[in-house]
Structures are given as structure tokens and as C-alpha cells.
Design a protein around this ligand. Structure first.
Ligand SMILES: CCCCCCCCCCCCCC(=O)CSCCNC(=O)CCNC(=O)[C@H](O)C(C)(C)COP(=O)(O)OP(=O)(O)OC[C@H]1O[C@@H](n2cnc3c(N)ncnc32)[C@H](O)[C@@H]1OP(=O)(O)O
Ligand SMILES: CN(C)Cc1n[nH]c2ccc(-c3ccc(F)cc3OCCn3ccnc3)cc12
Length: 392
């Protein structure tokens, strides 16, 4: 990272490690927009055996190809015990938000057998940075087949998605990664709350605590059968205006956060089975909607275990409280996640999550998630608690 030669990233309009500490550099865009006529009109060159393809995820066959590429070649944990296993319905949800561009769902195929060997995506988002709302691309699902690694394919993928985003007159991007690149705007820790401790220990995700028996461990993580908060219920379409008001107000306190409107809230937060779950508290007296919590479904394949092949994980998404204590609301989220047979509930230490992690028996994860902006300099790094953005 800091000592490394980032020969690609040193050519890009991102905060450079050498600039750290240079307080004379202003916050905001690093490079001005280019006139559209000057944006490269043709795709970047790929190595000879490969060709570009645009992936239409509404096509069952193409969606299956993307699913399988990611299932076999996407992000693994540091010990290569788990690999993300994003479902097809999750990928369609993640990549078809309001105003999405099919041209930003970019694949690479081998010319000979037409096999999909690489992928990168962008979706449009309005991201507020302090009091500036910036049109950005959220970049995700960068994946090169394991057999084609370390051939400098990633920089070409990144340049191509950048070119296609520029063609839509968008000049900034947001992305996250488990690796350190020039230059994180913040670095978050992730935490795990066991829901099915026996399975987690059997697969090696967790270890039996010192002086702990299995039955003692199961009892430690036991949860009530139903939520404690009166008026706690699933979100419905009719709740979109109220949830949008609640969420916009809550997110206004963070330095970087999405600028969600009702269309965005309907897409990103309306419950969809096996994709995203959202609950709210409707006051039994006034029928006001006072609180909201949500989590998304992202299983991981368990690599090399005879008994289990899938780890069912829920990931904390957006949570807002105005009346219910956050601790109580999140405990209710754990309760419904357990009811839905999740094995573990994951959360980053962003927003106000720090306030409930230890008390609700989350344990620290073994890695970090770094947040990045492209072509937008931050005066100095943020604390995770100043970040109001969760990328899938
Ligand atoms: C205005 C619009 C702008 C839009 C674009 C914005 C920017 C969007 C940026 C993308 C955001 C994606 C976010 C996202 O999807 C969430 S992070 C998850 C990324 N995917 C995975 O980890 C899956 C498994 N790994 C792979 O498939 C490969 O290892 C990948 C493809 C990761 C790298 O393939 P490779 O065969 O291992 O490596 P080479 O081709 O030989 O290339 C080496 C160069 O790639 C740099 N590298 C490595 N990992 C990276 C990463 N995660 N982001 C950015 N850069 C990354 C590396 O530093 C080096 O550059 P340097 O020499 O300068 O250090
Ligand atoms: C965010 N989105 C871009 C996917 C992504 N890319 N790189 C990552 C590195 C860590 C996390 C992460 C985020 C939150 C969390 F609670 C646990 C995490 O990873 C655990 C380790 N792991 C990796 C695969 N299976 C298990 C996500 C990502």
C-alpha cells in the first residue's frame, strides 16, 4: 500500500499517498469534466484473445454466467475459507436501481469459447459529500477469473468502466475494497454476531472460547423468539414516504451519505425475499413511523467443508432511531434474522453502529473495509462514524 508502487493508481485522479498531509490541496473534484466530444468513443483494447461484452442481467442465461463467475472467483476472506456467493436475484437488485445503465454492466469473454472471464459494474447514485450532492457511479463486482490474475486486466476493466461513466457525463465514483489502494477516505472494521454458534464453530468461522463449552456458547448467543418493540413490523410500499423522511433526516448528520429520494428508498429498502429485509416501528398510539432497521442477504460459500456448503449471512444496511433505543432496535433485528435462519449477522463500525456492537455480543472480524472516492479529494480521512454509506 503506502510503500508499494501503484503503477496504475498513480496515473488516476485519486488521492495519492505522496499528497497525504498536503493541506493546501482543496477538497473536491481533482480533475474537471472533459467535453463529451473528447471522451474516448471506442472501448479500450483488451489482450487479443478477449473481447468486451455488455451483460444484460434480465437475461437468465447471462445472469447465470455472471452468478457463476462470481461464485467461483469473487472475494474470499483472508484465510480463503469463505467466498461471497451473491444470488442472482441479489445481483439484479444491486444492478437495477432507478436510472441504471446496462452499458455499465461490463464483461470480458474469451473469443474462442465465449466464456465470461471478467466483470465490473457501475450503478448511478447521488452521494452527498458534506453539503454537495454529487452524481457518482458506485463501482462493484470487479472480478477476474482466477486463471487470469496478475495480467494487469483490472486496470483495463477500470479504465473501460470509467470511460463509459464519463460518456454519461458523470465524473466521480465511490467504491470499497478489502485491499489498501490510493487512498482510503476511511477504513472500517467489520463485526460478526453469532446466531448459530454451533454451525459457525463446526465450519471454523468461530472458535470455542477459552473455558467455554458448546452448550454454554449456545446459551450465550440465545435470543428471544420474537421482537420486543411494540409496533415492530415489516416495511410495506405505503411506508416509503415516511421511511424516506426518516432516513433523509438521519443521514444528514454524516459527512458522506447517499441522497435517497422516494424512488431510491422503494428500490433499496422495500423488502425482497432472500435479498433485503426492512422493518420499522409504527407507534401503536400515534401510528407515526419512529424507527427503521434493515439488513441484506449475502451468503458465502464454505470452501472445503464436508458437512456445510453455505454460510447464511445477514449484513446490517441502514438503521434509524428517533424513539426506540438503537440497542433495542438492533436486538430486534438480530431476533428476526435468527427467525429467518441466518447463521451470522454482520455489521461495519459505520454510522452509529459502534454504540451497539459490543453490547449485542458482536465479535471483531479479521479484516477491514476501505472506502474510496474517485476524482474527489477529501481534506482529511473520515472516522467510520462520519460515514453514512453502505455499499453491497
Ligand atoms: C468517474 C468513474 C470512475 C469509475 C471507476 C472508479 C474506480 C473503480 C476501481 C475498482 C473498484 C472495485 C470495487 C469492487 O469491486 C469491490 S472490491 C472486490 C474486488 N474483487 C475481488 O477481490 C475479487 C477477487 N479478486 C479478483 O478478481 C482480482 O484479484 C482483481 C480483479 C480484484 C484484481 O485483478 P488482479 O489480476 O489481481 O490484478 P491485475 O489485473 O494484475 O491488476 C493489478 C492492479 O489492480 C489493482 N487492484 C487490485 N485489486 C483491486 C480492487 N479491488 N480495486 C481496485 N484496484 C485493484 C492493484 O492495486 C494493481 O494496481 P497498482 O499496480 O496501481 O497497485
Ligand atoms: C462491500 N463489497 C464491495 C464486497 C466486498 N469486497 N471486498 C470485501 C471485503 C470485506 C467485506 C466485508 C464487509 C462486511 C463484513 F461484515 C464482512 C466482510 O468480509 C468478511 C470477509 N469475507 C470476505 C468474503 N467472505 C467473507 C466485503 C467486501
Amino acid at each position: 500500500s503506502v510503500g508499494k508502487k501503484h503503477t496504475f493508481w498513480e496515473t488516476q485522479p485519486v488521492g495519492q499517498f505522496k499528497d497525504l498531509g498536503d493541506v493546501s490541496l482543496p477538497e473536491g473534484p481533482i480533475e474537471p469534466p472533459t467535453p463529451l466530444s473528447e471522451v474516448k468513443q471506442v472501448p479500450y483494447n483488451l489482450p487479443t484473445p478477449y473481447e468486451w461484452t455488455t451483460c444484460d442481467l434480465d437475461s437468465e442465461d447471462t445472469c447465470t454466467e455472471v452468478y457463476n463467475l462470481l461464485k467461483n472467483n469473487y472475494v474470499e476472506d483472508d484465510e480463503n475459507m469463505f467466498r461471497f456467493n451473491y444470488s442472482k436475484e441479489f445481483l439484479r437488485w444491486a444492478l437495477h436501481p432507478p436510472g441504471y445503465y446496462k452499458s455499465w454492466h461490463i464483461g470480458v469473454r474469451a473469443k474462442t469459447n465465449k466464456k465470461l472471464v471478467a466483470f465490473i459494474t457501475g450503478v448511478p447514485a447521488r452521494i452527498r459529500v458534506r453539503d454537495a450532492v454529487v452524481k457518482m457511479a458506485e463501482i462493484n463486482f470487479l472480478c477476474v477469473h482466477k486463471k487470469l490474475r496478475s495480467k494487469r486486466l483490472a486496470p483495463v476493466m477500470i479504465k473501460e468502466v470509467t470511460r463509459r461513466v464519463h460518456l454519461e457525463n458523470i465524473w466521480q465514483a465511490a467504491y470499497t475494497a478489502g485491499v489498501v489502494l490510493p487512498t482510503p477516505i476511511t477504513t472500517c472494521q467489520y463485526w460478526h454476531r453469532s446466531l448459530n454458534p454451533k454451525k459457525l464453530i463446526d465450519v471454523g468461522f468461530s472458535r470455542l472460547g477459552a473455558r467455554m463449552t458448546m452448550s454454554r456458547t449456545i446459551k450465550l448467543y440465545k435470543l428471544p423468539d420474537s421482537p420486543a418493540t411494540p409496533g415492530f413490523r415489516k416495511m410495506e410500499l405505503r411506508d416509503v414516504p415516511a421511511v424516506t423522511r426518516l432516513l433523509r433526516n438521519y443521514l444528514s448528520q454524516f459527512v458522506v451519505a447517499p441522497d435517497f429520494d422516494e424512488n431510491d428508498v422503494e428500490h433499496w429498502l422495500l423488502p425482497e425475499e432472500n435479498v433485503v429485509d426492512s422493518y420499522l416501528v409504527e407507534s401503536p398510539e400515534t401510528h407515526d413511523i419512529t424507527d427503521f432497521c434493515s439488513f441484506y442477504t449475502l451468503p458465502s460459500s464454505i470452501l472445503g467443508n464436508q458437512t456445510y456448503s453455505i454460510l447464511k449471512a445477514a449484513y446490517s444496511y441502514y438503521n434509524v432511531t428517533t424513539k426506540t433505543p438503537l440497542l433495542q432496535l438492533m436486538n430486534d433485528a438480530l431476533i428476526v434474522a435468527k427467525q429467518k435462519d441466518f447463521d451470522v449477522f454482520n455489521a461495519l463500525d459505520v454510522m452509529q453502529n459502534e454504540s451497539f456492537l459490543k453490547e449485542l455480543k458482536f465479535g471483531p472480524g479479521d479484516g477491514q473495509l476501505h472506502y474510496y472516492l474517485y476524482n474527489y479529494r477529501m481534506r482529511n480521512a473520515l472516522k467510520p462514524s462520519e460515514l453514512g454509506l453502505v455499499l453491497l
